[in-house]
Design a protein around this ligand. Sequence first.
Ligand code: SAM
Length: 215
Amino acid sequence: HNDCYEYPKTPKEMDWSVHYPNRPGLKVSIVDVGCGFGGLTVALSPLFPDKGVLGMEIRVKVCEFVRLRVEALRRENPGQYQNVSSLRTNSMLLLPHFLERHQLEKMFFCFPDPHFKAKNHRRRIISVPLLTEYAFYLRPGGLLYMITDVEELHQWHVEKAEAHPCFEAVPRGEAEKDPAVKAMTEVTEEGKKVARMGGDKYWAVFRRIPDEDVP
Ligand code: SAM
């Protein structure tokens, strides 16, 4: 990861037209953090055709794979997939350069690296300080989606989000009707691998509480 990251000084300077050249004025409002090979990222595009969808990935080659995947989808489906793109970045460090307050409607965290050892828990992509940051980007009523095949990590996700004053759990019955939940559980590459191996998947959805209701 030692090559240079390119990023704007502030999100105001971010030129999204590079990502969505045929959708002038479109900004990102749905992010897939650590998108990997982008199965969910591309599936979100037709589900939310009016929203800017962005997969964020730290591995250069994997991100390039998603870029080519989107390019091919655009070529093969004229007029479609114009609202989806990928960005190579370290989302644990650089989100403030790309995202403004209340810009996002949805954030996905699918099968993040579990960092099992206690001394590495601080590297987890879900933590109380990072949830505070995510709450800044999510608009009131915005949704945070988390899925993993590691039960212990799922408990960590739920515990951190439940303890956070800016989030409340979306009731199971309500979340089950959300097409984004269906996509998140079925179409990521990691999720498909887990299914092939007969493993379990654990997920949760949390809502960003409006600021005036935060205790
Ligand atoms: N979400 C995908 C899926 O479900 O198929 C990929 C899951 S994979 C186990 C975790 C991904 O997160 C990897 O592709 C990894 O490179 C990426 N990743 C890890 N740390 C990251 C970071 N700080 N910023 C962006 N991506 C990161």
